[in-house]
Write a protein that binds this ligand. Structure first.
Ligand code: GLA
Length: 593
């Protein structure tokens, strides 16, 4: 049993000064079979602590349905940290930002227009309390004073950049303490006096977040909080990517110099990210500060341990810096072997519209509903209606979305694609060849905003859809359950019927099969494809998009198997080459430096 405390100048472990050398590793962004490997590699870099957020919307996908098993088994993750002889920091939010869908807040919270998120509003606090109690059931018995690894728990996340409701923070603290959390509690803010003031509460230890000008930022934090250990809880040693921008990298030696500055100032650190991992499935967040910018599937973050779990130049540069301040194990992780390179033919499957009724139940609505009205938190929905026609004239018509497209809409008339409306280009009007025919609009939620005031906004065709100024009514809405895709794909592969019949244009499924000698990490090059989703052996790898910067999707080894492997692709637009190409190493796109 150990004691961990906040002393006058340092963290204290059993009464002795202790420096936290932590690395961020989100269990929900790494395949669970690989957790132990990533944790071990953190220790080999010289770290003594693993930090993770907890993603509320992953654990409670529907109100009251709690899941902490398999890929969400936080308890097992913390036990693996302990088994490696390391400490853990847990940051349960409830808001986490983290470039994660909706910043971790469940979309269902926002169905109630009256709910007041991230403040002391009773309905919100009620849901938060139940969430935190469940998290702390896992965390409390794993605290250091009970022989477990957990040394710190964080309250909220950069709250000073959002609000100043001290009653809210106090309530989070009350719930946390009542649930049996006894370790010191921290807050994090960018080291700007106003944010530090708004985001903190007496009794909570303040930490900072920054990636550059470390010495200056540490001094700003010290000025605001004259006693206690100095800690950078998020040392941004890289950055995230959004579709359509470049791949963000930071110079390894410059990052190493910043790390050195933090440690030279006597500070503790959490390297954000030590290993970023992947936004598997549809879990990525987005920013919108004037232009909607969804986060890529890769969360490589230019971190010391890359997305595939391999050490980079930054890993060794950081290890060298750490070795000046603390003992570092002699062993180093082995360098990566190239992944298998090969190609598999993509075979056309059915058009999405042809099998939509197998992927979700339809419902009828007079006014166009949002995805949220349909109870859908993420993914794809299809809206269809009969266009009214115009007796006098058969010419083109203009389709207009009232307020905003969230986030991308493929418009088809009588099954033929006529155009796309993209939120990131502020598009909401489109010419149709004629005012008649069956209109189908396939809408993709590309990820909920994870930072700022647009968190929680509803998805879909917001503000309704009009044709030549007339509101279109009488819709059939079908939210898709994408979990059904792999099963459906087996059925159509087995069926003797020609599922590929019909026009190729428009959203369509494709499949590929390939054989492997042994399970292996694979890098699927999607550079010749348009925009869509890919499943490998039933596991939704995530989104791809020819816009880049990301070109390859990682297929983690535990998802693959010796012998036959299957891919299912849902391509919304067009393939330049109907083949699945696997390459030796990841291609995350062009950088700016
Ligand atoms: C802030 C947040 C993190 C993350 C980083 C950027 O510091 O606290 O969750 O969003 O920004 O990667």
């Amino acid at each position: 049993m150990s004691r961990f405390a906040i002393g006058a100048t340092d963290f204290e472990l059993d009464g002795r000064p202790h420096r936290i050398l932590a690395g961020a590793l989100h269990y929900f962004r790494v395949h669970p079979d690989l957790w132990a490997d990533r944790i071990r590699k953190a220790r080999l870099m010289g770290l003594n602590t693993i930090e993770t957020y907890v993603a509320w919307n992953a654990h409670e996908p529907r109100r009251g349905e709690w899941d902490a098993t398999e890929a969400l088994d936080l308890g097992r993750f913390l036990d693996l940290v302990a088994a490696e002889g390391m400490h853990a920091i847990v940051r349960p939010g409830p808001y986490i930002c983290a470039e994660w869908d909706n910043g971790g807040l469940p979309a269902w919270l926002f169905r109630d227009a009256e709910v007041g998120v991230r403040r002391s509003e009773p309905r919100y606090l009620d849901a938060v309390t139940r969430y935190l109690e469940r998290v702390y059931e896992i965390v409390a018995p794993r605290q250091i004073d009970d022989g477990g690894p957990v040394v710190l728990v964080q309250i909220e996340n950069e709250y000073g950049a959002y609000g100043a409701d001290k009653d809210y923070l106090a309530e989070l603290v009350r719930v946390t303490r009542e649930a049996g959390i006894t370790v010191p509690l921290t807050t994090i803010d960018q080291p700007v006096p106003q944010m530090l003031a708004d985001g903190s509460l007496p009794g909570l230890h303040l930490t900072g977040s920054f990636g550059s000008r470390a010495a200056e930022r540490m001094a700003a934090l010290r000025e605001f909080q004259p006693t206690g250990p100095l800690m950078c809880m998020e040392f941004w040693c890289g950055w995230f990517d959004d579709w359509g921008s470049h791949h963000h990298v930071t110079d390894a030696s410059e990052s190493a110099a910043e790390l050195d500055a933090i440690l030279a100032a006597g500070g503790s650190v959490n390297i954000y990210m030590f290993h970023g991992g992947t936004n598997f499935g549809l879990t990525n967040g987005a920013n919108d500060k004037g232009r909607y910018a969804p986060i890529t599937t890769s969360y490589d973050y230019d971190a010391p341990l890359d997305e595939a779990g391999h050490p980079t130049g930054k890993y060794f540069a950081f290890r060298e810096v750490i070795a000046r301040y603390a003992p570092v194990p002699e062993e180093v992780p082995s360098p990566p072997a190239p992944a298998p390179g090969f190609e598999a033919t993509l075979v056309p499957g059915p058009a999405l519209l042809a099998v939509a009724d197998r992927l979700g139940e339809g419902s009828d609505h007079d006014a166009l509903p949002s995805l949220d009205d349909l109870g859908q938190d993420r993914g794809i929905a299809i809206f269809t209606t009969e266009l009214p026609g115009r007796p006098a004239c058969d010419g083109p018509a203009t389709l207009v979305v009232g307020e905003e497209v969230r986030d991308r809409a493929w418009v088809l008339v009588d099954g033929k694609p006529v155009g796309v409306l993209a939120r990131d280009a502020h598009e909401r009007a489109l010419h149709l060849p004629a005012a008649r025919g069956e209109l189908a609009i396939v809408v993709e939620d590309q990820g909920r905003v994870n930072y700022g005031p647009r968190i929680g906004e509803h998805k879909g065709l917001i503000g309704g859809v009009a044709l030549d100024g007339e509101d279109l009514r009488g819709w059939r809405a079908r939210p898709l359950d994408l979990d059904r895709v792999p099963r459906l794909a087996t059925e159509w592969a087995d069926a003797a019927t020609d599922v590929a019949a019909g026009p190729v244009a428009g959203p369509r499924f494709w499949t590929a099969a390939f054989d492997l000698d042994a399970a292996a990490d694979l890098f699927l090059d999607t550079g010749d494809w348009g925009k869509g989703l890919v499943w490998a052996n039933g596991f939704l790898l995530g989104r791809y998009w020819r816009r880049g910067p990301q070109r390859t999707l990682i297929v983690p080894e535990p998802v693959t198997r010796p012998g036959r492997n299957e891919l299912v692709v849902l391509e919304f637009e067009a393939l330049a080459e109907a083949s699945a190409r696997f390459v030796a190493a990841p291609l995350l796109g062009h950088a700016e430096i």
